[in-house]
Design a protein around this ligand. Structure first.
Ligand SMILES: N[C@@H](CCC(=O)N[C@@H](CS)C(=O)NCC(=O)O)C(=O)O
Length: 224
């Protein structure tokens, strides 16, 4: 059975998983699944009880959570690939980043965008200023942390090669361009971001997303 990837092109972790399929040349069947809509349908929840994308289904397993999926794909189809090699120390560094990611990059960037833009401008709900400020603070601390880390290291997990940590991080950081975030005060993030964006597989996994965002930003105030 060809592995099915349930994904939404607007979802950062979905694009991260798609990138791993592309980099690893792993055959994939994409099942477009709208977050917050298709993910709440009974037939989806029957397979993936967490109700989130990305999620995969293959002969052996039905799996959600992007980091677990990326690790599974590499271990199964590309064992010892530099993206997530077998070496215990390198894996530990990558996992350390991936755990940190949820409460910092994900909360500070996705969380901030969701509460400061999406909720008030799309859902018509105005979250409290305290919550937005709290998330903004996490965003700033996260960017400062990453810039320092990237000053000393080429990649976000402190590995010698690009890993799934960089892919996961990039897919969140790229969202900032749509709110005009000035990254020029983070020169190391800029250098790293350019090096990840240079990969054709990253550009490929972001194509549909960029088209959608271009239309949205031309037609509405959502992102300004
Ligand atoms: N930690 C999860 C996050 C997954 C997630 O939040 N997915 C969102 C889309 S970006 C989703 O499917 N939300 C649907 C919902 O919460 O109903 C991962 O890395 O896969």
């Amino acid at each position: 059975m060809i592995t099915k990837l349930y994904m939404d092109f607007l979802s950062q972790p979905s694009r991260a998983v798609l990138t791993v399929f592309l980099l690893g040349k792993i055959p994939v069947e994409i099942v477009e699944t709208r977050a917050h809509r298709d993910t709440r349908k009974e037939e989806f929840l029957k397979i993936f009880e967490a109700g989130t994308v990305p999620a995969i289904q293959d002969d052996n397993i039905s799996l959600y959570e992007s980091h677990a999926i990326m690790e599974y794909l590499i271990d199964k189809y590309r064992p010892n690939d530099k993206l997530f090699p077998q070496n215990l120390i390198i894996r530990a560094k990558i996992n350390s980043y991936l755990h940190w990611h949820h409460n910092n990059v994900r909360r500070g960037i996705h969380g901030f965008l969701e509460y400061s833009r999406f909720m008030p401008r799309v859902m018509g709900y105005q979250p409290s200023e305290d919550v937005v400020n709290f998330l903004r603070e996490i965003k700033v601390k996260t960017l400062e942390f990453l810039d320092k880390k990237l000053e000393k290291n080429e990649f976000v997990a402190g590995t010698e090669n690009m890993s799934i940590a960089d892919i996961s991080c990039f897919c969140e950081i790229v969202q900032l361009r749509f709110i005009g975030e000035d990254l020029s005060i983070y020169p190391h993030i800029i250098r790293w971001k350019k090096s990840i964006w240079a990969l054709p597989e990253i550009q490929n996994s972001h194509q549909t997303f960029l088209k959608i965002m271009k239309n949205i930003s031309q037609n509405s105030e959502i992102l300004r």
